[in-house]
Design a protein around this ligand. Structure first.
Ligand code: ADP
Ligand code: MG
Length: 394
């Protein structure tokens, strides 16, 4: 079991806490489309305020690649947090520099300052110690609840806590709860353990998936992820999302653990995601014609996947089965959500869009644990050590 410094051991009275969260929530324009990740930090925020702390919130959003972009601003998230807490929350346009520093210094007990996107600075993703030193000026104590970012060795996750002594850095309540549940997956002896993978972030997930295949009894793969595997088998995928850089790993997984991998046998294809004029179900054998793309799993695949999930004792799900944001292509994801919810098993769902999809399906309260981390929960369950957790370990 992982032994990590918990927030309870910190002296928070009149301290400024640098609070790293993962508010990288799904958005529709400037509207938050799923607020789970924000809500789940409220217990830690309330606890810190009760204990007399002031709070400086740090988060990332999207992939602005070290440049300031309006689309990745955290302003709408700060507004959402204000609404959820019914409290004024201060704001600074940059996470480092004079404005942010003078505002953080002026905070009184219970007050909260929200800082702009960490990733507007390229140093964040480079784990730059000088940048971490600038962030350190905002507080005397460091608390991490950003489980969804703990698999990244970034400045606010690794270099920053390293600057605090072990009695001044800790995991928040959300991070502690995540670890409690996810450790059950890695430690239970209940079998079979079925992993369900989908989504669109292939490059970042295929390597942990390779580790996970070794641990799981079977791995059901749908969504964008399955396109890459089908392409690795030589199937025609037309204009579907395929990550060509991941084909080699996919081939390796199929060669070493092929019998454990359950792939789609039919797919829903369309000419356009936004304005579909053609929508058909095709067999994988026939392949996806040029000009069309796979956007959901087909009905035969739903049956196959449902049967695999129904027999499981532990289910871990990351990544939607299709472009569920479009009602028309949400069928497979909804049916898999239902299958996971009905399984007589310990069930864990992780990932920004996966959680959004499960919430939309109405089955969220039938899932044992909804994780705020996608890539992070996947790596954890696959037995990979997360740098953001390592730094907080005793
Ligand atoms: P999560 O956020 O749950 O970790 P990802 O970020 O990897 O999952 O992927 C989520 C996205 O995957 C969704 O926005 C969905 O539209 C997309 N997606 C799922 N299936 C496909 C597909 N076949 N083609 C393109 N995109 C897909
Ligand atoms: Mg996502």
């Amino acid at each position: 079991m992982i032994d990590i410094f918990p927030i309870d051991q910190l002296d928070l009275e009149r301290k400024r806490v640098i609070y790293r969260v993962d508010y990288n929530v799904p958005m529709e324009g400037t509207k938050v489309s799923d607020e789970t990740r924000i809500r789940e930090t409220l217990p830690t925020i309330l606890m810190m305020r009760e204990r007399g702390a002031s709070i400086v919130i740090l988060s990332h959003m999207g992939r602005p690649k070290g440049k300031r972009t309006e689309a990745d601003s955290l302003r709408p998230i700060r507004a959402k947090l204000e609404e959820l807490m019914n409290l004024d929350i201060q704001w600074a346009d940059d996470c480092i520099g004079d404005e942010a520093e003078s505002k953080s210094k002026a905070l009184g007990p219970g007050q909260i300052l929200f800082l702009e996107n960490l990733r507007f600075h390229p140093e964040e993703e480079k784990n730059d110690p000088t940048f971490a030193g600038k962030l350190q000026k905002h507080g005397e104590v460091y608390v991490n609840d950003a489980f969804g970012a703990c698999h990244r060795a970034h400045a606010s996750i690794v270099a920053l806590p390293r600057l605090f002594s072990t009695d001044k850095r800790a995991a928040g309540l959300l991070l502690l709860m995540e670890l409690q549940f996810l450790q059950k997956v890695t430690h239970v002896s209940d079998r079979p353990f079925v992993a369900v993978m989908g989504g669109a972030k292939i490059a970042g997930k295929i390597e942990p998936l390779e580790a996970l295949v070794k641990l799981a009894d079977s791995v059901v793969i749908g969504g964008g992820m399955s396109n890459t595997f089908l392409a690795a088998q030589g199937r025609e995928l037309g204009d579907s999302l395929v990550d060509h850089d991941s084909l080699e790993v996919a081939k390796r997984i199929l060669a070493s653990n092929g019998p454990k991998v359950i792939l789609p046998t039919d797919l829903v294809v369309t000419d356009s995601i936004d304005k579909p004029t053609r929508v058909e179900t095709i067999s994988v054998e026939k392949g996806v014609a040029a000009g069309l793309k796979a956007v959901d799993i087909g009905p035969r695949t739903v049956e196959r996947f449902t049967a695999a999930i129904a027999g499981a004792k532990v289910v871990f799900w990351n990544g939607p089965m299709g472009v569920f944001e479009q009602e028309q292509f949400a069928v497979g994801t909804k049916k898999i959500a239902r299958a996971v919810a009905h399984a007589n098993a310990m069930t864990i769902v992780g990932g920004g869009e996966s959680v959004e999809a499960v919430n939309a399906s109405g089955f969220a309260d039938k899932i044992s644990h909804i994780s705020t981390g996608g890539g992070a929960s996947l790596e954890f369950v696959a037995g990979i050590s997360l740098p953001g957790i390592e730094i907080l370990q005793r």
